[in-house]
Design a protein around this ligand. Structure first.
Ligand code: F6R
Length: 242
């Protein structure tokens, strides 16, 4: 695993955006796996800035997002579809037809998860998968458990996740109770993985995930077994790993 220590959030975002840019320049028709959450927002802003400057061209890029809430329409500003359009897709010259987010409005989980796996397969797999890291070690919506869930699947959100997300919705009843997410095998099949972390509240989990035992209790720990992982973190998040 390569580890890049950044001075701060801005520096982390620039370093991560540089790695994504390199991928897009080296292979203009690459497949990028993308994540939502607060950590990659600065990375997307940096990519947009370089696109506006004329240094990046997304016209041939295809994207596949990690996850989406089940039952939330795309027009809801908490959907991951909405997030991706707001932070990246609507700001660069990507072809909307080549952007893919699990369809949260498909009620048949088996159908949607099968479709998404097949889609990734038909694209020839993911060239570079961007990930954030949850405080409990989750990646995508793969929460700590007794086994690694392999392929794209439907998850029941934990009470704590519903509780944490409540602030974004009118009431706890409006918070989606399920989500579709790429599985661990889907993620591990990406040719390259880029994981971004910032803030001192991620320092413990960074140590457990990348220097602790590989266990489904810390889903991100499986990344230790991938042969092309780059971790980019700010000083605070990497404080415990020297
Ligand atoms: C987002 C995702 C999540 C986040 C993780 C970290 O698509 O799948 O696993 O990457 O929850 O979120 P932030 O970046 O908000 O700390």
């Amino acid at each position: 695993m390569k580890i890049y220590k950044a001075k701060d959030y801005k520096d982390m975002s620039r370093k991560a955006a540089n790695i994504i840019s390199a991928q897009v320049i080296m292979k203009p028709n690459c497949v990028l796996g993308l994540a939502t959450g607060s950590t990659p927002i600065g990375t997307y802003d940096q990519l947009v800035e370089w696109y506006i400057k004329g240094d990046l061209d997304f016209s041939e890029v295809t994207t596949v997002n990690l996850d989406e809430y089940k039952g939330l329409p795309r027009t809801n500003d908490q959907s991951y579809y909405y997030f991706m359009h707001q932070h990246l897709f609507d700001r660069v010259n990507i072809d909307p037809e080549r952007t893919n987010v699990p369809n949260g409005m498909e009620p048949d989980a088996e159908k949607e998860c099968g479709r998404y796996e097949e889609l990734i397969r038909s694209l020839g797999g993911v060239d570079l998968q961007l990930l954030g890291l949850g405080h409990n070690g989750h990646i995508g919506f793969n929460e700590p458990g007794e086994a690694f869930e392999k392929e794209t699947h439907c998850v029941d959100l934990t009470e704590s996740t519903i509780e944490a997300n409540k602030r974004f919705f009118a009431s706890a009843d409006d918070v989606p109770k399920q989500a579709y997410t790429m599985g661990i095998k889907t993620i591990m099949q990406a040719k390259k993985i880029l994981i971004v972390v910032n803030g001192e509240n991620k320092a413990d989990i960074v140590e457990r995930a990348f220097f602790g035992p590989v266990t489904p209790e810390v889903p991100a720990s499986i990344l230790q077994l991938h042969n092309d992982v780059t971790l980019v973190g700010d000083k605070a998040a990497l404080a415990k790993i020297g």
